[in-house]
Ligand binder design. Sequence first.
Ligand SMILES: Nc1ncnc2c1ncn2[C@@H]1O[C@H](COP(=O)(O)OP(=O)(O)OP(=O)(O)O)[C@@H](O)[C@H]1O
Ligand SMILES: [Mg+2]
Length: 237
Amino acid sequence: MIPTKTNETSKLQTPCLRLEEVTYTWPCGTKAIDQCSFTIPKAGLWMLVGKNGSGKSTLFRIISRLIKEETGQVDCPLKTALVFQNPDHQLLLPTCVSDLMLSVPKNLNKKAQIDLIKESLAQVGMAEMESRPIHTLSGGQKQKLAIAGALASQAKLLLLDEPTALLDPTSQTNVLETVWRLCHRSHSPITALWVTHRLSELDLADGAATMQKGKVGAWKSGIQIKRALQPLAARRV
Ligand SMILES: Nc1ncnc2c1ncn2[C@@H]1O[C@H](COP(=O)(O)OP(=O)(O)OP(=O)(O)O)[C@@H](O)[C@H]1O
Ligand SMILES: [Mg+2]
């Protein structure tokens, strides 16, 4: 059957995330998100850059429903998971398998849980590391384990808040490429919204936007945003 235009259009119109005029003020009175509207149209690696205090982490808290917008609307049909700058703040148990067990859906039977854990580790290039004690992992491996936790929870929208800020250049590239691969795998690609202050990372973005004073700007290519921000970054050195 030839797909009708309506079917095709409606398929294209189901976004991964849509915010409409969202505002949030912290109890102390700081308006961190101000009439913020944007859409992530499809799976891929989407990046946000913005000065300290522009509202990026607050935005992630709203999208993941840790805090509720004051006004506006958040439509997010996908299960979300947060990945923070410092993996030590989110890895809680002594080994990879015990930690990932916290993330897997509890309604699965034991075998399905273990299979999901193995698959999640393999997806981040850490196959066969189930029983490794977490304290023996490198910083990059810990960050990939945090990402495996997000996969094990079956999240489809990963919110990564400066996930490479504490990593050396090799681990930074490795973590970035790992997430890029997850966003571009042929079977069930994920959506990642990635906050960075490292302009070089923008090269791998499917789309990038700046965040200023609680608002997200229009999506552009990562290279365009990098070119626009590079002179400003150079002036700060
Ligand atoms: N828990 C909180 N309580 C009160 N104010 C907060 C809280 N968290 C953030 N803010 C304020 O909200 C504003 C936005 O902060 P946010 O952490 O979202 O910015 P950011 O873009 O993530 O900054 P950075 O690049 O430094 O991580 C800032 O003025 C900040 O002081
Ligand atoms: Mg932040």
